[in-house]
Write a protein that binds this ligand. Structure first.
Ligand SMILES: [Zn+2]
Ligand SMILES: [Zn+2]
Length: 248
């Protein structure tokens, strides 16, 4: 068993050991592990719903393509995001990033279910958006990797031929703070920050790129550019939560 497998099994064992309690409020759960949050807490999380952007998947005011995608069309084939990144959903996603990796198992399943609602079962190469070694060491984990693991397992249950590939993408340098930047600045910021280690398996592959949050889509777009350059057929970008279009 490799180190990653061991680590994931430990994480799952820890989750089982802590009993059947909601990860947000601690209420007892009776249908665990189907639900890892109680119904009340699940209802607090705002789903993307309709309408959403045909390209990046974020919640929008009207159907079609969002304003962001209209000015800079991302290079990925299509984005999917199950929740709106604000309120309780953003609080819980931030908890997943900062100290509660178990939540990534829950969010991964939820994201996979959302993807499987609209996409037919198919062969997919599941890739987590990488982080730098220094950042991973500081945090203790890369939440995108746990999300991708969970997405992959769930998609297999849904009839997909999904395979997780953690070593294809690497991030070679730290990004400067992206939060306040628009798409162009972000696109420049992420340009050249990622590198492909294994190009061969990408040829003709349908890739499912997995990350926690979609903001401008610049990171997903830059990685999609690389993946398509290596011959990937389609690059789907699956995130847990996306910032909504303004006023949506
Ligand atoms: Zn709860
Ligand atoms: Zn969009």
């Amino acid at each position: 068993m490799n180190l990653w497998r061991k680590w994931i099994e430990k994480l799952k064992a820890r989750e089982r050991a802590r009993g059947y309690a909601c990860d947000r409020c601690g209420a007892e759960l009776f249908d665990y592990p189907e639900h890892r949050l109680c119904q009340a807490c699940e209802d607090f999380l705002e789903e993307t719903g309709n309408p959403f952007c045909d390209k990046c998947g974020r919640k929008t005011c009207t159907s079609g393509v969002c304003l962001g995608c209209k000015s800079y069309l991302p290079r990925f084939t299509k984005g999917f995001s199950t929740l709106v990144y604000r309120g309780e959903a953003s609080a819980l996603v931030n908890r997943m990033k900062n100290g509660n990796p178990r939540l990534a198992l829950y969010f991964g399943e939820r994201a996979a279910d959302y993807f499987a609602q609209t996409m037919p079962a198919q062969q997919l190469l599941v890739l987590p958006v990488p982080t730098t070694a220094a950042r991973k060491k500081h945090r203790g984990y890369n939440q995108a990797e746990i999300l991708a693991e969970s997405v992959c397992e769930r998609l297999k249950q849904r009839g997909f031929d999904a395979a997780l590939a953690r070593e294809v993408l690497v991030q070679t340098r730290e990004l400067s703070k992206q939060k306040e930047l628009g798409f162009t600045a972000r696109a420049q910021n992420v340009r050249g920050a990622f590198h492909l280690q294994k190009r061969k398996i990408l040829h003709g592959a349908n890739v499912l790129l997995v990350d926690d949050i979609l903001t401008t889509g610049a990171t997903g777009s830059e990685i999609a550019r690389l993946l398509k350059g290596a011959g990937a057929n389609a690059v789907y970008f699956l995130t847990v939560a996306a910032t909504p279009e303004e006023n949506a």
